[in-house]
Structure formats: C-alpha cells, structure tokens
Design a protein around this ligand. Structure first.
Ligand SMILES: Nc1ncnc2c1ncn2[C@@H]1O[C@H](COP(=O)(O)OP(=O)(O)OP(=O)(O)O)[C@@H](O)[C@H]1O
Length: 596
C-alpha cells in the first residue's frame, strides 16, 4: 500500500533559517514578491487593475500583527488548499514545471520564510467575484481554511497576509526596520509599495532600460553617492539583451585590492537579489562595481546568489567586453582621464595585462615607467632607445641606473609588481618589439680598459687589493668609467648572485638537501662578483699609488664596503666584519697618536 510523505514543518523551517536564508529579514522580500506576482497575474487579464502593496507594521495595526495588503489576483478556496498548504507547490510554474517568465517566485517555499519570524500566518484572499477565503497556518504544521463569513469578506479582489510575530522576533517588525527592508529589496519594483504612508518604491532604475536611450550621468552619479556611498570615477551603462539585463558599472574612485572582491548589486525582475553578488564580471574588472537588473538570470533557492549556468557565463563575458570597451575608448579619446584612472587602478590593469593583449597595449602606451632617463611610457622608451633594456628588480635598478646612464645606456626600472612579466610579454604581442634584460656584468664591457702600461705599473697594487678581498670571493678589476665621482662598483652577474644564494642555503640545509644543492652548484658556471675600481676617480688613483700594503688593504676593503652599501647589496656577516675592521683601521691611522 502506498503512503504519502509527512512533512515536519518545524524541521523544514529550521532548515530554511539555518541553511538556506542568511537572515530572517528575507521574510519582507518574500511577502513583497508574492504581492507583486499576484498583481502581475491580475493585470495580465485586467491591465487597469490597481497596483498597490501596503504594509502595516504592528505600530500601525495596533494589534501586534503585521499586515501586507495587495491588489493582486487573490486565490479561490480550491487554490488556497492546493497552493498555501503544499510545500513546494507554486502557481508560478507552467505544466512542465518551468518557472513562468513574468513572476518573481518559482520555488513554492517563499511563504514558509515567514515562519522564521512568525508563529502564525493568516491569509485573507479573494479571487475575482469568488467568496473571500480565510487560511490560517501555524508553525507546528497545522492549518485551517474557512469562508470569511458575512461582513468579513473583502470588498475588492486581492490578498491580505497577516503575521503574528514570534516573541523573540520583535526587532524584525519595528516600523523603521520594515521600511528599510521594503526600500532595500523593493525600491525598484514596478508597483507602488507603501509602509504606512511612506512610499518605499523609487520609480524606474536610474540607468537606461531601453536600447538607444542615452544615460543620465548626473542621475547615475547621484544614485552612486546616495545608494552606494561614493562618487564614481566614471559611469558606463550596461546592457545584455539575451539576459534581459540593463544596468550601470561604476568605476571605483579609489584603489581596491583585486583579491578582495566586494561583489555587485543585482536585481532580478526589479527585486534585489543581493548587494554583494559574485560572478557577474570577470575577475580582472575588479575596479568596476555593477548595479544591474536582469529578467533572465536565475537565482539560487535562497535568492541570495546567482545560479551559475551558461547564461551567467555569457553575461560575464559580455559585461567584461563592455568594461574593456570603456577603457579602450578612454585611451583613444580621453588620454588624460586614462592617466588618472591608471594612477588609481594600475595594479589591477597590470594584472589584467598579464593575460590580455589589449590591456598590455594600454600599459605599453600609457603607463609611465621609471627609467634612468626620466619617466617614460614603454612605447616612448622604445621610440627613443629602440630596445627596451630593463632591470628586473628594484635593487638592480638602484645599483645600476646612474652608472648605466653615464654610459648612455637607458634602463627601465621593471622592479615594481608585474613590470618584468609585462615587458617580457610584449614581444609575444608585437614581434617587432625588442627587449633585453640588463645583466650587471654587461656594464663592464662598456667600461674602458686602462692603458696596458699603467695597468702593468699597478700590478703590485692590484695583487695587494685582491689579497685583501680574497675572503669575500670577489675579483678586483681596474677600469676607467663615468661618473668620475664613483670610486668603485660592485657587480654581481645573475649567475653569481645565484651561486651566493646557493652557498647560503647550503650552509643551512641538512645532509640530503645539501647534497642536492651541491649538485646544482657544480652545474652553475663559476662566475665571481667583481669590484670594479674606477681609474678615473681621483681617490682611486691616489690609493693605487700607495706603497704600504696594509694601507692598500684597508682602503680597498673600505671601497668594497662602500660599493656594497651604495648598491643595496646584501651584507653578509663576513662583509660586516670586513667593513668594521677597515673602518676602525682607517680611523686608527687617521687619528694622530701611537696605536697599541
Ligand atoms: N499574496 C498572494 N496573492 C496570491 N497568491 C499568493 C500570494 N501569496 C502566495 N500566493 C500563492 O501561494 C503560492 C506559494 O507561495 P510561495 O511564496 O510559498 O512560493 P512562490 O512564490 O510560488 O515561490 P518562491 O518560493 O520562489 O517564492 C504562490 O505560488 C501563489 O500561488
């Protein structure tokens, strides 16, 4: 024998409140939604029927209940039995079970949300000229249906839903709260909604809802200020006809962390879905905040997020194209504004340019980069210097910018976030673009060698200098270069820097890893850092003529330490000890009196 499922209503309500809805406040939304749907249904056959929803909070009814009156289609007694008492039953689906296009509701569970805040729900409803019916449902699962009785019938078709608040839910019924919630969820609804005497609907959205209508920028900016709390950098209207979507993207006026997306304000058929909806824009467009209304996108059952389907994916792509189009237009027609935009959002734009050719071109053309010949865009740099020569880290740039400039070598500082990757991606977009990473040791090839006779005469000095620095593993070289004021330059090729790091890790590693690192070290080329003394520098010349080997040692150690510091190189413990001893040694010699 067949049996019918029994439903434990308390269990279902518990499920809704703890696992489906984020807050009991959704009861206002569900009541509004049912009222609006009922009005839509009535106006389908009676286009001139009134379209009014009136909410009376307990303060106004005076009997502790909240009432929602609508001028909708109402229900017959048969429908009351069928629809109100069956969980999951809805009049808003077609014979095949698909949600009907004109309605907000579709799941047949919305009314249950009232049990989040009420113990008892009463519905007094009249359909056309049928008798008025009274339905009362209780949170424990009981319900009663009866005719309204003489004198208690409704004069007009429509429905009044009455909630008897639960003792612990009083806060959700305060007039101010109900007004705020009606405004939050329903301000764009196409019917008039009143809480008491206060109209909470605000008419049509502030963005164009018909194709071809130009946006009212002043109204949109006002909307952003009043509703979203900021004055946008710019506003662009959005439209995706396949999703029945219209809206606006507000470009945020301050930098935002691309990883901390705050989501978009989404309305479905003019009812607020959520203020922080994810998934509407591609991730790169984090600098845009959208407010949209769509007729075809679907909500999840909680009505607090968008259902991820192919339509949503298509919408995301279309909206991404529109935001991108705005950027490209700005670049073409308002370069100043674009520069302002980039000042605020350059990090995000660069992140986007890592994958997006159009954005990469934008960065190439418009983003001012630091170079050792002043601030230039990469495009300008190319035009002037041909090859984009770049230092891949801030330290490398600092170390070499001035010296390279003195050799007429223009270098871009690509040490800021994403810059190196972006420069290295440029040739993939435009094969004619030449790039070259500045290798510190390349510089020495541009330095002049010293006259062989002079160098020969300085052999003893150079040997003493090399001996003094032997412990540091660095090679002393003599060259002549500009700027004259620079006595010495410490140059580490990339492979030497790698070797240094490897040696430091080797010292800290255990046996197993030590073995692995040793194997690596043996495959790395034996490239030593160089201390390049500048023979054009007067001090170096004087030092090179010293005959006291100890003083030569102290002076060269001093130059070594100064070159390390000037180039922002890491100071290892051995370097610190060397710096210390050379400083004290030189001081000892400089101060009159006998040393111990
Ligand atoms: N104010 C009303 N006027 C007329 N009919 C109503 C009203 N409120 C509810 N109903 C009827 O009760 C049914 C169930 O309502 P309920 O809110 O539970 O679900 P729904 O609106 O169909 O779907 P959803 O769960 O998505 O809101 C509705 O389909 C509708 O037929």
């Amino acid at each position: 024998m067949d049996h019918t499922f029994q439903v434990d209503l308390r269990g279902v309500v518990d499920l809704l409140s703890h696992h489906l809805y984020g807050s009991p406040r959704v009861y206002v939304r569900e009541l509004l939604q049912n009222a609006v749907d009922a009005i839509t249904a009535r106006r389908a056959t009676e286009p001139d029927a009134p379209a009014l929803v009136r909410i009376e909070p307990p303060e106004l009814t005076g009997d502790g209940t909240l009432r929602v009156h609508d001028s909708g289609i109402g229900l017959t007694e048969g429908q009351v039995h069928e629809l109100l008492a069956t969980i999951g039953r809805s009049s808003k689906r077609d014979e095949l079970g698909f949600s009907r296009h004109d309605f907000l509701g579709q799941f047949g569970i919305g009314l249950l949300s009232c049990f989040l805040v009420a113990d008892e729900i009463r519905v007094l409803t009249r359909h056309a000229d049928e008798p008025t019916v009274r339905w009362t449902g209780y949170a424990d699962g009981r319900y009663a249906v009866e005719p309204a009785g003489p004198g208690a019938g409704r004069i007009e078709p429509g429905t009044t839903v009455t909630l008897v608040p639960r003792p612990d839910a009083g806060q959700w019924f305060a007039t101010a709260t109900v007004t705020d919630l009606a405004r939050l969820f329903g301000s764009l609804l196409p019917v008039t909604v009143r809480v008491g005497d206060v109209v909470t609907t605000a008419g049509p959205p502030p963005w164009p809802t018909r194709p071809g209508t130009p946006p009212d920028r002043a109204a949109l900016t006002r909307y952003a200020r009043e509703t979203l709390g900021y004055a946008p950098f710019d506003v662009l209207p959005l439209s995706v006809p396949e999703a029945g979507l219209t809206g606006a993207a507000f470009i945020l006026p301050t930098p935002v962390n691309p990883a901390a997306r705050s989501g978009h304000r989404v309305y479905l058929k003019r009812m607020l879905l959520a203020e922080h909806t994810d998934g509407l824009l591609p991730e790169w467009a984090f600098f845009a905040h959208c407010v949209v209304d769509a007729t075809e996108l679907r909500p999840t059952a909680s009505r607090e997020a968008l259902y991820e389907d192919t339509l949503l994916a298509g919408v995301r792509e279309a909206l991404g194209d529109q935001v991108r189009g705005w950027l490209v237009r700005l670049a073409r027609h308002e370069p100043r504004r674009l520069a302002e935009f980039l000042q605020v959002h350059h990090l995000g734009v660069k992140a986007l340019a890592l994958h997006d050719d159009e954005m990469l071109r934008l960065v190439d053309q418009w983003w001012p980069m630091e170079t050792n010949t002043g601030t230039l865009t990469l495009a300008e740099f190319r035009q002037r210097h041909g090859v984009i020569r770049y230092a891949a880290s801030l330290d490398e740039f600092r170390q070499l910018a001035a010296v390279a400039a003195a050799q007429d070598l223009a270098v871009v500082n690509a040490g800021y976030t994403y810059d190196t990757e972006l420069i290295e991606r440029l040739p993939a977009v435009d094969r004619s673009i030449l790039i070259e990473r500045l290798e510190p040791s390349d510089l020495t090839t541009r330095f002049d060698t010293v006259d062989p006779r002079v160098e020969l005469a300085l052999r003893p000095f150079l040997s003493a200098a090399q001996r003094a620095l032997e412990r540091t593993g660095c090679e002393v070289v003599l060259r002549a270069y500009d700027p004259v004021s620079l006595p010495a330059l410490y140059l580490v090729s990339r492979s030497a820097a790698f070797n240094d790091q490897l040696a430091a890790s080797r010292d800290r590693a255990d046996e197993l890893w030590g073995g692995v690192l040793d194997a690596l070290a043996s495959s790395a080329p034996p490239d030593r850092p160089q201390l390049v003394l500048n023979h054009r520098n007067p001090l170096v010349r004087r030092i090179s003529t010293l005959t006291d080997p100890e003083l030569v040692g102290l002076a060269v150690e001093g130059l070594y330490g100064q070159a390390l510091l000037l180039g922002h190189h890491p100071i290892r413990p051995a370097d610190a000890a060397l710096l210390n001893s050379s400083f004290l040694g030189l001081l000892g010699r400089a101060v009159p009196g006998r040393g111990e």
